[in-house]
Design a binder for this molecule. Structure first.
Ligand code: GLN
Length: 491
């Protein structure tokens, strides 16, 4: 098979062809390594690991030949640089981690390798996963492989979304069959939507956080970004599961998510949260949302309006809770234990100089906000209040799920915007997360999938949010939407 045909396969199709011995694992990995080399201007990869990839592919090839295939045997994937990879530089795309090379492997990536997947390399992201445009990375911005055909950003380089911008760009540009991502407030769903690919943030506790560089520990979750709903189901099946090393990972069985894809949506109650009709939403996104409801109704789902009244506070709550936890998690980067050290006159001076040189502007902003809202005088007014509202937001979702089984909403309030836009306006940047943050605060599974194009020819995503640990319903509805949308556009 020609290299372009190999990289054009879905993960599921490549899996079948490897098993049928129509293609070889080494050949498949080679094709991706070549595509990566040809697309370096996207800046999606911050580290390519070709030797390791070819070794892993060769081992997979031997298993496939012997008829002892593992679930993801021989499938080349990219890893967000937030996952610790044993012997492979892991930086969270921050200068402060310098060329930190872990001596351990994150649980999620260990599970993927145990399932036979092949590591192509580490992909770019916003520094410490803070951002919505992949512009805060110490390695520079990632370019979205899509381009607008018309409108104000026509011809310009676009952002891929963030923080998992390298993951989404690599998958959209056919440099990897799938990628790992993490989502604290939307970092899987928003870049997936901006790049015309699918991604799921599972229920908080579904995937182990062990070995993933911490941002906001009560929100962080790992999940896959891939080109189809089925590919996400295959990936999540391998990534999920209880881990005694993460006390917030939950000991519940991981179902076969691919089985849910065939369920259909007959009789499924799909909730439309009325408060999500925000002012200034582009008409194309509103139209796609209605269209999505129409598609599900045509397949036998019942569409019901539901209310999530406190969702309007989700963004301010998130931008208190997440920086608070980040300021605490990032205290460990002191110039002594990991990565960068800028020697000072004494210990405190070393801390200050190292942190000033090592953290970028957005990370410093979050540390300052977090430290402020946790400080003695403001803890009750900000942090505690935010936690109370967070609990009420979760209660809103529980009430909504008495009337419906899954929620349908847009994934983002806009299509991908031009690189450089919103750069100097943190609030405008935070507004990108308006549709993704509520499910994060409530710990619920949520999936974004491409469903249409904007008038400028850019991908737009829809989002499904399910009950806790009910990823299966999310997958069932997503598969139905994917079939109806028939999204075949490529960058
Ligand atoms: N864009 C959000 C933020 O900047 C979400 C990031 C994420 O989910 N990691 O915090």
């Amino acid at each position: 098979m020609a290299a372009a045909a190999l990289t054009g396969l879905t993960l599921a199709a490549a899996r079948e062809k490897l098993r049928a011995r129509e293609i070889g694992a080494v050949e498949l990995t080679h094709a991706h390594l070549e595509a990566m080399a040809a697309a370096r201007d996207l800046n999606a990869f911050v580290l390519e690991t070709p030797e390791r990839a070819l070794e892993m592919a060769a081992a997979a090839g031997r298993r496939l030949k012997a008829g002892e295939a593992l679930p993801l045997d021989g499938l080349p994937i990219a890893v967000k640089d937030l996952f610790a990879t044993d012997g492979v530089r892991t930086t969270a795309c921050s200068r402060i981690l310098d060329d930190f090379t872990p001596t351990y492997e994150s649980t999620v990536t260990a599970k993927l390798w145990a399932a036979g997947a092949v590591m192509l390399g580490k992909v770019n992201m916003d520094e410490f996963a803070m951002g919505s445009a992949n512009i805060t990375s110490a390695f520079g911005p990632v370019k979205n492989p899509w381009r607008a055909k018309s409108g104000p950003s026509a011809g310009k380089d676009l952002v891929p979304g963030g923080s998992s911008g390298g993951s989404a760009a690599a998958v959209a540009a056919r440099l990897a069959l799938a990628a790992t991502g993490t989502d604290t407030g939307g970092s899987i769903r928003q870049p997936a939507a901006f790049c015309g690919v699918a991604g799921i943030k599972p229920t908080y506790g579904r995937c182990s956080r062990w070995g993933i560089v911490a941002f906001a520990s009560s929100l962080d979750q790992a999940g896959p970004i891939a080109r189809t709903v089925e590919d996400c189901a295959l990936m999540l099946g391998a990534m999920a599961g209880h881990d005694p090393k993460d006390s917030t990972s939950i000991d519940v069985a991981v179902p076969d998510y691919t089985a849910a894809l065939k369920r259909g949506v007959k009789g499924l109650r799909v909730g439309i949260p009325k408060e999500y009709r925000v002012d200034g939403m582009p008409p194309a996104i509103d139209a796609l949302w209605r269209q999505g409801a129409g598609w599900l109704a045509a397949e036998g789902a019942e569409i019901v309006e539901v209310s999530l009244p406190l969702s309007k506070y989700a963004l301010p709550v998130y931008y208190i809770v997440a920086p608070a936890e980040a300021s605490s998690n990032l205290a460990r980067y002191d110039g002594i234990r990991y990565g960068l050290r800028v020697p000072g006159e004494d210990l405190v001076d070393t801390y200050e100089k190292t942190r000033a040189a090592g953290f970028g502007a957005e990370v410093r902003r979050r540390i300052m906000i977090g430290t402020y809202v946790l400080s003695a005088g403001y803890y009750d007014a900000y942090y505690l209040r935010a936690q109370k509202v967070r609990a009420r937001i979760a209660a809103d979702f529980r009430a909504a799920y008495e009337k419906c089984d899954v929620l349908l909403a847009p994934a983002t309030p806009s299509a991908a915007f031009a690189l450089g836009e919103k750069q100097d306006d943190p609030i405008a940047m935070y507004l990108n997360d308006v549709f993704t943050v509520p499910a994060s605060l409530a710990g619920l599974p949520a999936m974004a999938l491409p469903a249409g194009l904007s008038p400028e020819g850019l991908p737009l995503g829809l989002q499904l949010v399910g009950r806790a640990f009910d990823e299966e319903t999310v997958f069932a509805a997503a598969a139905a939407l994917e079939r109806a949308a028939g999204f075949t556009a490529v960058p």
